[in-house]
Write a protein that binds this ligand. Sequence first.
Ligand SMILES: *[C@@H]1O[C@H](CO)[C@@H](O)[C@H](O)[C@H]1NC(C)=O
Ligand SMILES: *[C@@H]1O[C@H](CO)[C@@H](O)[C@H](O)[C@H]1NC(C)=O
Length: 222
Amino acid sequence: MKAIYFLVALLALAFSFASAYDPSPLQDFCVAINDTKNGVFVNGKFCKDPKLANANDFFFSGLNKPGNTSNPVGSKVTAVTVEQILGLNTLGISLARIDFAPKGLNPPHTHPRGTEILVVEEGTLYVGFVTSNPENRLFTKVLNKGDVFVFPIGLIHFQLNVGYGNAVAFAGLSSQNPGVITIANAVFGSNPPISPEVLTKAFQVDKKIIDYLQKQFWSDNN
Ligand SMILES: *[C@@H]1O[C@H](CO)[C@@H](O)[C@H](O)[C@H]1NC(C)=O
Ligand SMILES: *[C@@H]1O[C@H](CO)[C@@H](O)[C@H](O)[C@H]1NC(C)=O
């Protein structure tokens, strides 16, 4: 009998770790306790006693401030996720402000856990995403102030400022912690580096090119 209970407990644990989407809340909210010292995660984070929650657990200030775009890609993402608003825990949503210098690029990246819906507040952006294999279809659009575009969950996408001045966009993401994998950083800037043998074959280029790419500084605009 005990063995069966153990098995059921183990299965429940396995399922909770296998959950790919943000779990739906089983209560009004579950304000996270921002303490990563403990090794166990419940719904992403431990919850605060609801009686101790207050308005500040659901509040963030400062998204009016432009991000610093002085970096090699000329863009800056200011994310407001469960790390900034602990009350977002279990709610399956977050927000970001993206600033672009002239010609600034938010380089090809994916959000492993969230779909993104972006609205242009200022400027003109050339945006796009690519579908999965084998089609790898590219969908692109030029967006102006007030235009909205969707980047489906997991797909590689980018935004390039093609206007004359700075550009600003805001994005909603369908996860409290959508995550970001910048393609160049992950492939050429991993720590430790991926073996050049893997990359020369994968990209069908000379080792010199891979060495060159792996020596670059892959700045993170997040
Ligand atoms: C913006 O970032 C650059 C490079 O890190 C830094 O030199 C500069 O002081 C920053 N500017 C502001 C206003 O913080
Ligand atoms: C929560 O912890 C993270 C990581 O230590 C930190 O970056 C973040 O600012 C904290 N958030 C709040 C609301 O305290």
